[in-house]
Design a protein around this ligand. Structure first.
Ligand code: ADP
Length: 484
């Protein structure tokens, strides 16, 4: 299959969250499986310096953007078998310190930046000599691509137009812009209506993708069901219900080349399900690194997260406030809302020797927290898939999760299956319910044989990308076979 993917972030070039990990791993796995894969992404600041082997494509790309014509250069890189990355180089838009925002506010010209990006993707879909059969776009930043392609076909004919698939990684981020900014798409107003790209009088890039892509996927089966409901639909549930027969949930995989405990440059001690002893050494090293007392008897709870409402920060703070009187330690790595950052700093000040808070983004430390913790907290309000709970499982760190989205699909609680349990789940979004789950973890920590059994269950789970990529190939094939 010839596939063109498009994403506003791709690990290791750019990353703000799980999207970057997912797209990079999917593209790699599809290439390895023998498909021809292109991946379009913006050339943000610093990428060229970090990857000097990149080559400029001898290709002229210019698209209309409202009343201007805007050009860019395209750089390519072949990081693995079967995969070519196309970087869109427009310094005015992408040579900035952030991907989408600076400080706490979105860039004022994000409509320009990502409508332009979507247009470049649609352009490449048409003119790349290898003619992709299917264009797979991710999230709102590329959400307009299926509509732009459809319109091009209507305008000037495009017999070989690829089919399209939109993957929704998080319905809460929709790419809503003013009606005036719709002019940047250069599309007629025919598409600006309730069943098109319009959402409460605004342009909604994600809704355009939902209404015009041939196939819709999201990153876990449970989230695929949830987003068709009023509770989780973020206002787009009617559009999703209308397209329910084209909507599939596929659980993300884990890139075990990167997220493993046996050959990991970020970890001092390696370990595996066959010999777990190195885990205790990693825990001691982490406690020392974070300035916590080196104490094997104190269960260590880790958390690596965007500090955003979605992640259940408020109930986590509340439950910790109650639980920290017990013999336990807590280590946070996160960044995000200033209010939440202050709340965690205050928690650390009030519980010296028990709480470590690292604000900022630190890939190496994220591996060490995954490896050194005994439990991993993920009390999300909603969670499309979540990757950290699956990373934790491979690292023998039992995830404590709320029953939502991919957390429910990837974690098994003792009450569900005693023999296969690999984490702790709770239902209600409340301090009380999370506190109870933490208490269960404290009891479990004292029951070493059961703890060890659950750790081994978790470490032996296999969420490898080959399986996930295969599931995508199957739905792509179905879409290619179906008529328009
Ligand atoms: P989301 O995409 O909603 O942020 P996921 O669990 O799907 O949540 O993915 C988050 C990814 O970002 C993981 O790879 C996680 O380790 C990483 N991450 C989040 N915050 C940080 C941080 N402060 N430092 C390092 N990595 C982080």
């Amino acid at each position: 299959m010839r596939l063109l993917l498009a994403s506003s972030e791709v690990h290791p070039y750019s990353k703000s969250g799980g999207l970057a990990d997912m797209v990079a791993a999917l593209a790699k796995a599809l290439g390895r499986a023998g498909h021809q894969v292109g991946l379009v992404t913006p050339l943000y600041r610093g990428i060229r310096a970090r990857f000097p082997q990149m080559q400029r494509l001898d290709y002229f790309l210019e698209v209309p953007l409202g009343n201007q014509r805007v050009q860019c250069e395209v750089w390519t890189l072949q990081p693995s078998e079967g995969l070519t990355i196309y970087f869109i180089d427009r310094p005015e838009f992408y040579d900035r310190s952030g991907l989408y925002l600076e400080g706490a506010s979105d860039y004022a010209d994000n409509a320009h930046r990502f409508i332009f990006f979507a247009k470049c993707v649609a352009h490449l879909a048409r003119y790349l000599t290898w003619q992709p059969e299917l264009v797979h776009v991710h999230d709102w930043q590329a959400g307009l691509v299926p509509l732009l392609m459809k319109h091009q076909r209507q305008q000037d004919g495009w017999a070989t137009m690829p089919k399209s698939c939109l993957t929704i990684h998080n319905l809460a981020y929709q790419g809503n812009f003013s009606r005036a900014e719709y002019a940047l798409t250069n599309l007629p107003l025919d598409y600006f209506h309730l069943h098109g790209a319009e959402f409460f009088g605004q342009l909604c890039c994600l809704k355009a993708g939902i209404n015009y892509a041939d196939l819709l996927t999201t990153v876990s089966p449970r989230y695929a069901r949830e987003i068709t409901t009023v509770e989780y639909g973020c206002g787009l549930d009617p559009a999703l219900r209308a397209r329910q027969s084209s909507l599939v949930g596929i659980l993300n995989g884990v890139d075990y080349d990167e997220w493993n405990t046996t050959s990991n440059p970020s970890l001092k001690f390696s370990y595996s399900s066959k010999d777990v002893s190195g885990k205790a050494e990693n825990k001691a090293a982490l406690q020392a690194e974070l300035g916590l007392p080196v104490d094997a008897a104190a269960p260590l709870f880790g958390s690596i997260t965007r500090l955003a409402d979605q992640k259940g920060v408020d109930i986590q703070l509340g439950a910790l406030e109650e639980m920290l009187a017990s013999n336990m330690q807590f280590a946070l790595l996160g960044s995000g809302s200033a209010e939440f950052e202050r709340a965690y700093q205050s928690l650390a000040r009030r519980h010296p020797g028990k709480v470590s808070v690292t604000l900022g983004y630190n890939q190496g430390l994220s591996h060490r927290i995954e490896a050194g913790s005994d439990f991993f907290l993920m009390p999300s309000r909603f969670e499309p898939c979540g990757l950290n709970q699956m990373y934790s499982q491979r690292y023998g760190t039992l995830p404590i999760v709320r029953v939502t989205g991919g957390l429910d699909d990837s974690v098994t609680d003792l009450t569900e299956d005693e023999r296969r349990a690999n984490g702790i789940k709770f239902q209600e979004y409340s301090v009380r319910a999370l506190g109870k789950a933490v208490r269960k973890a404290l009891v479990l920590y004292e029951s070493k044989p059961l703890l060890r059994e659950m750790q081994l269950n978790a470490m032996q789970l296999d969420y490898s990308w080959e399986r996930t990529a295969h599931a995508y190939v199957e739905v792509f094939q179905g879409t290619l076979k179906a008529g328009r």
